[in-house]
Design a binder for this molecule. Sequence first.
Ligand SMILES: NC(=O)c1ccc[n+]([C@@H]2O[C@H](COP(=O)([O-])OP(=O)(O)OC[C@H]3O[C@@H](n4cnc5c(N)ncnc54)[C@H](O)[C@@H]3O)[C@@H](O)[C@H]2O)c1
Ligand SMILES: [Zn+2]
Length: 381
Amino acid sequence: MSVLEIDVDTKIAPCYRVHIDTNLLERIGPAVRQAAPAPVCGLVTDRHVARYYLRGVRQSLAQAGYRVAEFIFPPGERYKKLATVAQAYDALLAARLERTSPILALGGGVVGDLAGFVAATLLRGLPLIQIPTTLLAAVDASIGGKVGVDHTRGKNLIGAFHQPRAVFADVAVLASLPEVELQCGLAECVKHAVIRDQALFEFIADHLPAILRRDPPTLLELIARNVRIKAAVVTEDPFEQGVRALLNFGHTFGHALETVGGYGELRHGQAVALGMVAAARLAVSRRLFPAADAGRLQILLKRIGLPICQRRLDISAVLAAMQTDKKIHRGALRFILPVALGRAEIFADVTAAEIRAALATLDCAKAPRPSLRTRKNRAYR
Ligand SMILES: NC(=O)c1ccc[n+]([C@@H]2O[C@H](COP(=O)([O-])OP(=O)(O)OC[C@H]3O[C@@H](n4cnc5c(N)ncnc54)[C@H](O)[C@@H]3O)[C@@H](O)[C@H]2O)c1
Ligand SMILES: [Zn+2]
């Protein structure tokens, strides 16, 4: 298996490289030194990830000559908040971090977003090294420079753009990832496929058993295909003024579902899966997207183990949560709707009635059964 390297050149920041390989963590010290040499580095992670990987990473960094300042916080989205950022500032400043010190984000998207925000703001900005340990972080959150934390009024409402200096994605660490987290990462992979790459959709559908048993070469290819998509999109539009908005497919519904669930009930990827189902059905109702493709999407999400309907759905609460979405543009919510498998477009004219109708189909009690398993769809797998 060979190491894969993909360059991300946003033009607004120095070009950086995404390295994808197995057992990268064992060599992380010299790799970081090459990307961001300094006497001291700040290592940010959560307690789960620390239990598995902190000792090895710390040792490799020390051997590469770093003094390591650490900040470890409890796992979970509910700690992705300003109070945790403040604790990180305290710990890292007490450990005498310097202006050249890289901040290493070792963990999933929560660690990446929070540590990235710390890196963007501490001492007016420090180099950031993303070391994603979840599939979601490897294919999505670690690339593109969006960093930030949640507010009680909504997800990711406080943040910045801060591109990493380098990204090191180790396929081997996905072996310890809980199954539900693997499923959530796959939700973002399916998102990339639907908005941009039908061949990726087929790849996931064809290789799902190997992906779910975490076959390293298959995961390597899956991550590389996704990183290429994310890298291409953020290169084209680093500040989300155009095409990057397509990455929000499933997220306008998804974020609202997540907010209503209080950042606990639904994992991010699960909410995105539901959001993609709702957006696809909305697109079908507008005759933009073939019902058979919406069926294929739903079947693939189900095979992955992601939810495609929700019990006790409070539609009014979800609608209200959507009103605080920071993607509101001149008073209107913009929706990303698929127009083909592999292509999506931005729509600013979606009505409240359409949103309600799409949400209503997510209610498990009323959801269209996968009677979508027509003979035709079964042939699709
Ligand atoms: N910045 C972006 O562009 C961007 C894009 C997508 C998502 N996000 C953000 O990412 C977050 C979700 O990220 P996530 O799904 O990675 O969640 P997460 O960071 O909460 O990680 C999920 C769980 O897995 C554990 N874990 C991580 N790696 C592990 C490993 N290798 N082995 C065992 N356990 C491990 C974590 O401790 C945590 O409990 C959300 O906050 C979302 O907003 C950001
Ligand atoms: Zn997402």
